[in-house]
Design a protein around this ligand. Structure first.
Ligand code: GLU
Length: 420
């Protein structure tokens, strides 16, 4: 499960809208198409009553927002977080549309969320919440309609409950949800896929821009699913040095490189990274100023802002492992400072890409090897990266604007072909 971090107030919806216009101008998108592509296709809001362990009933609010399905069934995770609200879920659903389009996988975009602090719930309460939420939204789900997956504070166990609840109504349907446990039809390599995809994109960027990954210094904000797998893979497969990581408690820094396998075992035992003896404890705020080559925000959105840290971040490249970590004003400051930003829906698309492989394995009832999953992921995400890099170069725009332009064009083409 991912760790929550403090964040700024700009909503996910506002961040996504402001980035959208720049790219829509670049491809001269008609105003009617801008309206179709910004507005969600369908929004569902539900109240989720849950019987707590002490017998009381608590009611939580949940959302499932399907942003666009022109290129295929809607696809995207479900997050459990006290700050998950309508605007955040809408912004994240919109990003999923661009992410699946940029990867050129046959899905649209959706996102779900329940406004809840899952750390307050027992495992049984979490299961009852998941089952009740699934019941309330199951009418809009399905393997050819909308396919949930893990996101912040949800994992393979939560997906297993969703599968069980959905299948109890519709018959056994493994393709109705991805990120499942491997023993229930999940894909090998899905759990590490987002972190692995971030590493593949970093390796490509490293080659192009002369920032070699081997021996380079990486700081990772967040040590949940994305950050922890990324740290492990960067050290084990790319020979990079992870100087610092953080969780809710704060960060831990070692300029000579952290012992990542040791730190992973420490964190797996439920201990905060600040208590790791192999480094110096710092606050979450201090983490942003640690000098490095690569800075990877890998927790929540809205953490890189003008007020807080955009002027003091000390790296060559920001790689967005989280969704929407950078506000638009901070994005411009980084651009002015000559710090490149590899945008979220390129950098962190490995998760949904392997979700696509999981879905197709379920439909074919055929299992791929872990090697095949990794090979196909590398090919898919590298192809997307190359297209973004080439367009950014040709048009003299940022990687983010180029990524948006490619994604918007693909979704707009699908909308036009379908007609109305
Ligand atoms: N929640 C992940 C994301 O933001 C994965 C979504 C999926 O696999 O459908 O991309």
């Amino acid at each position: 499960m991912s760790a929550p971090h403090a964040r700024a107030t700009m909503s996910g919806k506002a961040i996504v809208e402001s980035q959208f216009e720049r790219a829509a101008d670049l491809i001269n998108l008609e105003s009617y198409m801008r309206r179709i592509l910004m507005a969600p296709f369908r929004e569902v809001q539900v109240e989720v009553p849950v019987r707590m362990d002490d017998g009381r009933i608590e009611v939580f609010t949940g959302y499932r927002i399907q942003h666009n399905g022109a290129r295929g069934p809607c696809k995207g995770g479900i997050r459990y977080h006290p700050e998950a609200d309508h605007d955040e879920v809408l912004g994240l659903a919109t990003i999923m549309t661009w992410k699946t389009a940029l990867m050129d996988i046959p899905f649209g975009g959706a996102k779900g969320g329940v406004t809840v602090d899952p750390k307050r719930l027992s495992k049984l309460e979490l299961e009852r919440l998941t089952r009740r939420f699934t019941q309330r939204i199951s009418i809009v789900l399905g393997p050819y309609r909308d396919i949930p997956a893990p996101d912040v504070n949800t994992n393979a166990q939560v997906m297993a409950w969703i599968l069980d609840e959905y299948s109890s109504r519709h018959g056994y349907t493994p393709a109705a949800v991805t990120g499942k446990p491997v023993s229930l039809g999940g894909s090998l390599g899905r759990e590490e896929a987002t972190g692995r995809g971030v590493m593949y994109v970093m390796a490509e960027y490293a080659r192009d821009f002369g920032v070699p990954l081997k021996g380079s210094r990486v700081v990772i904000q967040g040590f949940g699913n994305v950050g922890s797998h990324l740290a492990r893979l960067l050290v084990a497969e790319a020979g990079a040095m992870v100087l610092a990581v953080s969780d809710v408690s704060g960060g831990v820094v070692n300029e000579a490189g952290l012992d990542v396998p040791g730190l992973l075992a420490h964190a797996a035992a439920g201990r905060p990274v600040t208590e790791w003896p192999g480094g110096r404890a710092v606050s979450n705020d201090e983490l942003w100023s640690v000098p490095c080559d690569w800075l990877v925000p890998a927790a929540l959105g809205g953490v890189i802002t003008r007020e807080h840290n955009a002027r003091r971040i000390d790296c060559k490249v920001v790689v967005e492992g989280a969704n929407e970590p950078t506000t638009p004003t901070a994005d411009r400051i980084l651009e002015e400072r000559g710090i490149a930003v590899v945008p979220d829906f390129l950098a962190n698309a490995g998760g949904v890409t392997v979700s696509y492989y999981e879905w197709s394995q379920n439909l074919q009832q055929y299992r791929w090897s872990h090697e095949r999953v990794n090979q196909e992921l590398k090919a898919t995400i590298t192809k997307a990266y190359t297209a973004v890099r080439d367009l950014a170069k040709a048009k003299g725009v940022t990687l983010r604007t180029a990524a948006y332009a490619i994604a918007l064009q693909r979704v707009a083409d699908a909308e036009r072909l379908r007609g109305n």
